[in-house]
Write a new protein. Structure first.
Length: 256
């Protein structure tokens, strides 16, 4: 009942998989100062980790955000045509030459890819040696499991024995625990099957701020000016890792 009462009026009841919903979500992010600050922090972390190489940086699932304002020359893409997005691209079939990309970047996208093994094969093929995948993804902690069960509509299945899930729609199809499964629980398998890819950073963070923002589906729960105070509170309470809802993940591509 509380979730229904707090639902954002702009996105309430919309089809998750409609292109119009993703475009509208970008407007919601930009209209909520606290939530926009969350995205600004995410983009800052990603920019800091871009490799010093020549070549394009491709953002997957770019439709709901504004990373292009932080990365000059960013190639924005999504799985369907949306205003402001340059290319329609399926992460499992990247239309780029071998060893041509400087980086692949994304926020909250990997856990929506139903055949993530094929994406890793494509990432290994298209990234230059020294290139990187840099992403912000949901993480698995007792607190994040509670948040997903009570406040989020995405499936969260850390017990899943496989990395795949039924392919229903771009956003409705998901396993929000998939990044943790791949890069924490099954890391040895990942680095064995994709010998030129290595996880070089896995940093859980942001235990409270995203929930305090209301996300894209709920009304604003905090004013934008309070963002810094919430960030300091998380550090003071030392909850960022043990109660993390997200993780910053970096995968480097080595010459094989």
């Amino acid at each position: 009942m509380l979730t229904r009462l707090l639902a954002h009026p702009a996105t309430k009841g919309l089809d998750l998989d409609a292109p119009e919903t993703t475009a509208l979500r970008r407007e919601v992010v930009l209209s909520k100062p606290f939530l926009k600050a969350v995205y600004e922090e995410w983009y800052g972390l990603i920019v800091e980790r871009l490799p010093d190489l020549k070549g394009p940086v491709l953002e997957l699932g770019a439709g709901g955000g504004f990373m292009g304002s932080h990365v000059p020359g960013l190639v924005t893409s999504d799985v369907f045509p949306i205003p402001g997005i340059e290319r329609v691209i399926d992460a499992r079939h990247l239309p780029f030459d071998d060893k041509s990309l400087k980086a692949l970047v994304m926020t909250n996208v990997l856990h929506h890819i139903p055949d993530v093994e094929q994406f890793f094969t494509e990432a290994q093929r298209t990234l230059q040696p020294g290139g990187r995948i840099v992403m912000i993804e949901p993480w698995n902690t007792p607190w994040s499991r509670y948040v997903h069960e009570k406040w989020h509509n995405e499936p969260f299945r850390p017990e899943s024995e496989t990395w795949s899930f039924p392919e229903s729609g771009p956003l409705s199809g998901a396993n929000a625990a998939l990044p943790w499964i791949v890069f924490e629980r099954d890391r040895k398998r990942f680095e064995s099957e994709w010998a030129q890819l290595r996880v070089t950073e896995s940093t859980p963070f942001m235990a409270l701020r995203y929930l305090a923002s209301g996300g894209v589906s709920m009304r604003s729960l905090q004013p934008g000016w309070s963002y810094g105070a919430w960030k300091r509170l998380e550090k003071l309470l030392r909850v960022e890792q043990r109660m993390a809802v997200f993780a910053l993940l970096v995968v480097d591509r080595f010459e094989g």
